[in-house]
Ligand binder design. Sequence first.
Ligand SMILES: *[C@@H]1O[C@H](CO)[C@@H](O)[C@H](O)[C@H]1NC(C)=O
Ligand SMILES: *[C@@H]1O[C@H](CO)[C@@H](O)[C@H](O)[C@H]1NC(C)=O
Ligand SMILES: *[C@@H]1O[C@H](CO)[C@@H](O)[C@H](O)[C@H]1NC(C)=O
Ligand SMILES: *[C@@H]1O[C@H](CO)[C@@H](O)[C@H](O)[C@H]1NC(C)=O
Ligand SMILES: *[C@@H]1O[C@H](CO)[C@@H](O)[C@H](O)[C@H]1NC(C)=O
Ligand SMILES: *[C@@H]1O[C@H](CO)[C@@H](O)[C@H](O)[C@H]1NC(C)=O
Ligand SMILES: *[C@@H]1O[C@H](CO)[C@@H](O)[C@H](O)[C@H]1NC(C)=O
Ligand SMILES: *[C@@H]1O[C@H](CO)[C@@H](O)[C@H](O)[C@H]1NC(C)=O
Ligand SMILES: *[C@@H]1O[C@H](CO)[C@@H](O)[C@H](O)[C@H]1NC(C)=O
Ligand SMILES: *[C@@H]1O[C@H](CO)[C@@H](O)[C@H](O)[C@H]1NC(C)=O
Length: 863
Amino acid sequence: MASATTCLPLVLLLVSTLIAASTTPSSTASAAAQAPQELLLDFRASLQDPTGALSSWSRSTPYCNWPRVACTATTAAANATVSVSLSLQGLGLSGELSAASLCRVPGLVDLSLASNAFNQTVPLELSRCASLVSLNLSAGAFWGPLPEQLAALASLVSLDLSGNSIEGQVPAGLAALGRLEVLDLGGNRLSGVLHPALFGNLTGLRLLDLSGNQFTESELPRELGNLTGLSWLFLQGSGFTGAIPESFLGLEQLQALDLSMNSLAGPVPPGFGLRLQKLMALDLSQNGLSGPFPEEIGKCSMLQRFEVHDNAFTGELPGGLWSLPDLRVIRAQNNRFAGRLPEFPGGQSRLEQVQLDNNSFTGGVPQSIGLVRTLYRFSASLNELNGSLPDNICDSPAMSIINISRNSLSGTIPEFKNCKRLVSLYLAGNGFTGSISASLGDLPVLTYIDLSSNGLTGGIPAELQNLKLALLNVSYNQLTGRVPPSLISELPAVFLQGNPGLCGPGLPNDCDAPMRKRQGLAIAATVASFLTGVVLLAVGAFAACRRLHGSEPSPWKLVLFHPVKITVEELFAGFRDKNIIGRGAFGKVYLTELQDGQNIAVKRLLNSGKLTFRAVKNEMKALAKVRHKNIAKMLGFCYSDDEVGVIYDYLQMGSLQDLICAPKFTMGWKDRARIAMGVAQGLAHLHHDRTPQVLHRDLKASNVLLGDEFEPRITGFGIDRVVGEMAYQTSMASDLNYKCYIAPEQSCAKNPTHLMDVYSFGVILLELVTGKPAEQPASDDDSMDIVRWVRRRINVTDSQILDPSISRTAHQGMQAALELALRCTSVMPDQRPAMDEVVRSLYPLCFSVHPQTLLPTEIALEP
Ligand SMILES: *[C@@H]1O[C@H](CO)[C@@H](O)[C@H](O)[C@H]1NC(C)=O
Ligand SMILES: *[C@@H]1O[C@H](CO)[C@@H](O)[C@H](O)[C@H]1NC(C)=O
Ligand SMILES: *[C@@H]1O[C@H](CO)[C@@H](O)[C@H](O)[C@H]1NC(C)=O
Ligand SMILES: *[C@@H]1O[C@H](CO)[C@@H](O)[C@H](O)[C@H]1NC(C)=O
Ligand SMILES: *[C@@H]1O[C@H](CO)[C@@H](O)[C@H](O)[C@H]1NC(C)=O
Ligand SMILES: *[C@@H]1O[C@H](CO)[C@@H](O)[C@H](O)[C@H]1NC(C)=O
Ligand SMILES: *[C@@H]1O[C@H](CO)[C@@H](O)[C@H](O)[C@H]1NC(C)=O
Ligand SMILES: *[C@@H]1O[C@H](CO)[C@@H](O)[C@H](O)[C@H]1NC(C)=O
Ligand SMILES: *[C@@H]1O[C@H](CO)[C@@H](O)[C@H](O)[C@H]1NC(C)=O
Ligand SMILES: *[C@@H]1O[C@H](CO)[C@@H](O)[C@H](O)[C@H]1NC(C)=O
């Protein structure tokens, strides 16, 4: 019985092949009468279904109940019919589509084959699916020409072919699809000239996307202006030339218009905006547009984003723009706009981002700027602004980035008290006078300060030592006095030159000049770092406590570099077996949730090198200064003579290892590429932005934590500095668990190098590309080591290596990542790329996705 049913499809297949082979009308008629379920099974038989998502399609249940099939009864006319929807997106399907049988399924209205791996041309037979209302082939790995035959689908309302590799011209015959409302051809390789007749007829279109193609010879067709029902028009990055047609003035329903990244030139047609009462997002950036911008844009009362940067616009920014009630974003930098900046309509404004850099604006900075409560970025560098800064410039509670460098501003810099979220303050290249306010030291997240090339006098306030600065540039002012010691000894980038009156260790004038000259430097540096220690420890907290298991109390010291609500008692209460989240070469890692919800991980290390408290503290302090979005914060440490506990910020999502080792690891390539990129950027920061260089020396998937949207953070770096080199070497050598992350030369090399970290990164990249954990259970023929596993297969065929759960559309990117990973894991260290090169190589793999730019405004805190 069972064997009979399994044979049935085969028999049917044979029968239908026979039918197809014969051409007599009668046999065609009998095929048409085939039951829908047989047609669907026929269709399935033509597919490769790697996840088995369609394996439960069977004759024993009505096809309307099959997974991915939906039926809707319509009783419109006296005769009841059934509408069938087939949603086969995202299943990794491939194979020669048998659209012929599919199209005979009566009432098939919706067909989605999106996000699959078909690797074939768009099947011509689809043109026989006469009842189709919606056809979605997006990201299905289709290539070849766009078949004109699709014009036969007269009921089609939505056609989505985006994100494939379809090439050649858009056939003019598609003009016959008179009911079309959605036409998405974005992200293909379409080229040639757009036929005017094409758009003259598609008057029902609401969305048209031709972005990311190669219409390098095409001007924007005037006829697009006839599509008066268009709400979304995406034509960015497609090589269009010529001017914006005047006919666009008539697109009264437009909500989003994106013409960015083309080669458009000439003026924006006069009157533009007058009738666009629904426009919310306008992007004309990165073209060669010129002339003044039409005033009428100020009448688009729903506008939220106005992006015209990187063009050659002149004249004033339209005055009405500033008072639009919903406007969030103005990006007009790199043009030749001129004139004064108007006052903002204070309390009513919802502006978040204003970028006006590199224009010719004159006059003062608007006095009302501080009244805009939502403003988080104001940049107007490289203009001709003069006068003094308004006192309230930082009154917006959201303000994060102020850049007014290279203008002609003067007067004193006002007190910055209210902008507790200020990250970047760039006031360089103006005529500011007076002193640097000590209150800057109270802004908790201020990280980048550039006050260079002004006329500032007085000293550098000691309060700046409270900040975790990444950049302090005060060069070329008239500052005087002793430079606060930790600013010299601790910061990655401090620029003091051009201030002859400053003194301190390492500067031409060392403050004690008459007594000792050069030989004083070393001593001064020691004193400086000692002083710094005192300052930092004032921020931290000391405590004495007893060890958990020791019978007699022994002194512990707890030092925190960030505000963490924890006592030593609570810390030790967390050292229970059930809280262990990792066992590394050096000791166990415990997860503790604090009362305020924060999660911390504590790595307990044996102090086998018997390092002194001071030595550990100095190393920890240096590590705590590392600030990067892809590096987990080192919050503090606790110390006893026998043990050191390093306290890290922990992310709820767990580690990359947890994810890869989960029974079903099915993450898409985009997210994996993002993780790879984040890890690479974090590591590159340690290697290339820090002096002295920080080596990780223990990079592995379990030391990559994942945050929101899989943004990774590296943790567990620099442990060697805490346990001491000897102990580090012994522990690493004795740990068999993570051998595969360790570069082969490590056992015989004298000194650790950054190229050893590159090797470990390569192993992580291999894990992401293959979807396999780095250590695999040893079986007879397979080695445990992923590097060897991959190398053994590389000459056979790559497709056996790339994770099969990922759609073929991503294979190009994965293939490139695989090649990069192989270079990183090269046996010869000098063949491995440095991390900054790795980051550059990863960029194109991570951001080659079809741009679907829509409304939400991105918040970028760091420049
Ligand atoms: C359904 O009714 C319409 C007229 O309302 C008719 O043209 C069509 O042939 C009928 N279809 C079937 C399958 O009976
Ligand atoms: C697509 O199929 C061709 C053979 O028809 C093959 O050479 C190519 O590698 C395939 N591409 C992908 C991404 O699988
Ligand atoms: C086509 O399918 C993709 C993937 O399911 C989906 O994101 C997209 O919105 C669909 N297109 C249309 C026009 O519905
Ligand atoms: C325009 O669309 C109508 C249906 O709306 C169709 O009958 C006509 O043939 C189309 N014109 C062209 C030139 O394709
Ligand atoms: C399309 O618009 C142009 C003006 O841009 C007009 O001359 C032409 O008649 C319109 N065509 C149709 C079919 O409405
Ligand atoms: C300023 O903008 C012009 C275009 O208007 C551009 O060519 C130039 O490179 C920009 N300068 C800077 C420093 O970005
Ligand atoms: C700013 O410059 C303009 C000339 O461009 C001048 O008229 C005005 O007085 C200046 N304002 C201040 C406050 O210096
Ligand atoms: C610091 O400021 C000076 C003078 O403006 C400039 O030449 C230098 O490039 C700046 N350094 C950094 C790292 O910004
Ligand atoms: C793979 O092929 C290259 C040359 O094509 C060869 O040098 C290398 O030894 C081969 N590797 C293995 C593991 O067979
Ligand atoms: C501020 O403006 C200057 C000059 O345009 C530019 O070099 C610098 O990168 C800008 N800084 C930020 C944080 O945007």
